[in-house]
Design a protein. Structure first.
Length: 326
């Protein structure tokens, strides 16, 4: 997995979650707190999720085959989607079940010192993991807001780890809230309330992750900035009059497919066209290095045919980009 995949952030999160899961489970054995068992399962699920992200990154590195001619880069999207499903089914559903069970049969938290000690340790460990993820993501985020980064990132690992760590920190706060009120009031119902809050939080994060990774899994095109660079690179070639149609697709986070129909001078010879296409491909790869698979179709520009409603919005974007660079 490349640096853009946030391997360091994943490993930091995995190490933190394994240690936290063990500590939370020990605390549950001493306290009987439903918030602690919910948090234990949450950390176990998160550890499994980080393992899935690492597995997806490893499998995505396989070479292309006849049955998969564009390679396996999108396996990273598949495993990120599986992470969202696991987070929802194991983390959220178990926490909601445990919280509802505690509400129906409340009992006080025993030896609360264990719960408080483990929660404080877990907050410190998750804070370290979250800080690592933020530092890794900051190199790629640029001027984007964090919400925009999560929504637009083509590498799924960092957004997944960021949301998981944020959810883990908030979940720990909810657990601390539930345990504290249960100890102060002597009413175990508050422990169940904290557990339900954790389950709802995990469900929301899982849905957000599922929606974002589903979009990547189905197939997303290049972002508008890269599309502009591609159009500029193509129209900079002397023989290319304009870009008639442009289609892009991410074959993986660091591999972009570019397919374009370009208008050329009708008097150009076949040799001149072939040379122009080679030059245009070189320019595109220089402008957008992840554009590794490029297919260019030379054609004559015919206004009526170009205006055919195959994909009106995409064609309007291409025309706008081309007008800016003519």
């Amino acid at each position: 997995m490349s640096a853009g995949g946030g391997t360091k952030a994943i490993i930091a999160a995995l190490a933190a979650n394994l240690a936290i899961a063990a500590a939370k489970f020990v605390a549950f054995l001493f306290t009987g707190s439903s918030s602690m068992v919910a948090e234990s399962v949450h950390s176990v699920a998160d550890s499994g999720n980080q393992a899935l992200l690492l597995l997806g990154g490893k499998r995505a590195e396989r070479q292309r085959t006849p049955s998969h001619p564009f390679g396996y880069g999108r396996e990273r999207y598949f495993y990120a989607f599986v992470v969202a499903v696991v987070l929802f089914t194991i983390g959220a559903m178990f926490s909601l079940y445990e919280g509802i069970h505690k509400l129906s049969d409340p009992h006080p938290v025993e030896t609360p010192a264990w719960a408080f000690g483990v929660l404080i340790f877990a907050i410190a460990a998750e804070g370290f993991s979250f800080r690592t993820a933020i530092r890794e993501a900051s190199h790629l985020r640029g001027d984007q807001t964090w919400v925009s980064f999560v929504r637009r990132a083509k590498a799924p690992e960092l957004p997944v780890v960021l949301l998981e760590d944020l959810g883990a920190l908030l979940g720990l706060v909810f657990a601390l809230f539930g345990v504290t009120l249960a100890v102060i009031t002597g009413n175990g119902v508050w422990d169940g309330v904290g557990t339900i809050m954790i389950g709802l939080l995990l469900a929301v994060i899982a849905v957000v992750l599922a929606m974002e990774t589903k979009s990547l899994l189905i197939g997303e095109g290049a972002n508008p900035e890269d599309e502009q660079r591609i159009v500029a690179a193509l129209t900079a070639a002397p023989v290319v009059e304009r870009v008639i149609h442009l289609r892009t697709l991410h074959l993986g986070p660091e591999e972009l497919l570019v397919a374009a129909k370009i208008a050329i001078d009708h008097e150009d010879t076949a040799a001149e066209i072939a040379t122009a296409i080679d030059d245009a491909e070189r320019r595109v790869r220089e402008a957008v290095p992840i554009a590794r698979v490029i297919y260019l179709e030379p054609d004559l520009y015919r206004e009526k045919k170009a205006a055919a409603p195959t994909d009106q919005h995409a064609d309007e974007r291409v025309d706008q980009h081309a007008d800016q660079h003519r």
